[in-house]
Design a protein around this ligand. Structure first.
Ligand SMILES: NC(=O)CCC(=O)C(=O)O
Length: 263
């Protein structure tokens, strides 16, 4: 039997510090794409709060409640969500992507590369581990926004068996072409699916361009959001990925003895 999954991205204008308003937007988007058969839904980075740096400690207190609601919805609808939220642990705040699969937290990934240009490193703590997790929709590798500029992380996820890269983001103008190019490159060089959700709209001085993307292992854009609130979905067929990997044999033709080894 062919393995396929309908994947989606929910793109919205994150209202700075307004957890309830953002939660309602996310839930409405998730419900709409589930009606179109999506079983994997990627949400933006820090989607409940935005980068309300000075209030993050208080906003992170709401994250357990948000996760309980996501657990309920994913269990009821037989689905998986991935999106990042402020997470408070031992007095530190992390930018953490939670993988919620059918009512349980299947994995959590704390952003490794903090975007110092936007002062993220002054307010948040960096994670110290990568994440590849088996879920009911396949093996997911998770990365967040600025991580895209560090290809070594993605090679590691690929070699650990990731089939779909999930990338929550808050990536602002004017770097649209970096976003598109890096996402396509990560898909092409690792021959896997990419599901990336960016936010849209204005937060303080930053203008976010949306352009969430669903990409095939050949680098084809299967669906793309515009600059406003929207949802997008596409079918990911794993057999196509396997057959493409046997045609262009990047995994077998690597030369790690020359340029270093990864697990
Ligand atoms: N939230 C982020 O990590 C932003 C990354 C970004 O804008 C970039 O150009 O990289």
């Amino acid at each position: 039997m062919e393995r396929k999954v309908c994947a989606a991205a929910v793109q919205f204008n994150i209202e700075l510090g307004e957890v309830e308003a953002n939660l309602q937007k996310a839930l409405a988007g998730i419900r709409r794409v589930r009606e179109k058969d999506a079983r994997l839904v990627v949400l933006p980075e820090m989607w409940s709060s935005g980068y309300a740096y000075k209030r993050l400690a208080a906003l992170a207190e709401e994250t357990p409640r948000v996760l309980e609601i996501l657990k309920g919805l994913t269990a009821e609808k037989n689905m998986v969500t991935v999106g990042s939220l402020p997470e408070k642990v031992d007095g530190r705040i992390y930018n953490t992507a939670f993988v919620v699969d059918n009512g349980r937290i299947a994995g959590r990934y704390r952003k490794l590369h903090l975007f110092s240009t936007m002062g993220e490193d002054r307010f948040l703590a960096a994670g110290d581990a990568a994440l590849v997790v088996s879920t009911s929709v396949g093996r997911l590798g998770v990365a967040i926004c600025y991580d895209l500029r560090f290809p070594e992380l993605f090679r590691k996820l690929a070699l650990e068996g990731a089939e779909i890269l999930c990338v929550p983001a808050e990536w602002p103008k004017p770097r649209q072409e970096h976003w598109r190019t890096l996402l396509r490159a990560r898909a092409i060089e690792n021959q896997l699916f990419v599901a990336a959700a960016n936010c849209c709209g204005i937060q303080g001085k930053l203008d976010f361009f949306g352009m969430s993307l669903l990409i095939s292992p050949r680098g084809e854009i299967l669906a793309e959001g515009g600059e406003t609130e929207t949802e997008l979905s596409a079918l990911f067929n794993f057999e196509e990925m396997t057959s493409y990997r046997s045609q262009i044999r990047c995994y077998q033709d690597r030369r790690p003895e020359i340029y270093g080894t990864l697990p």
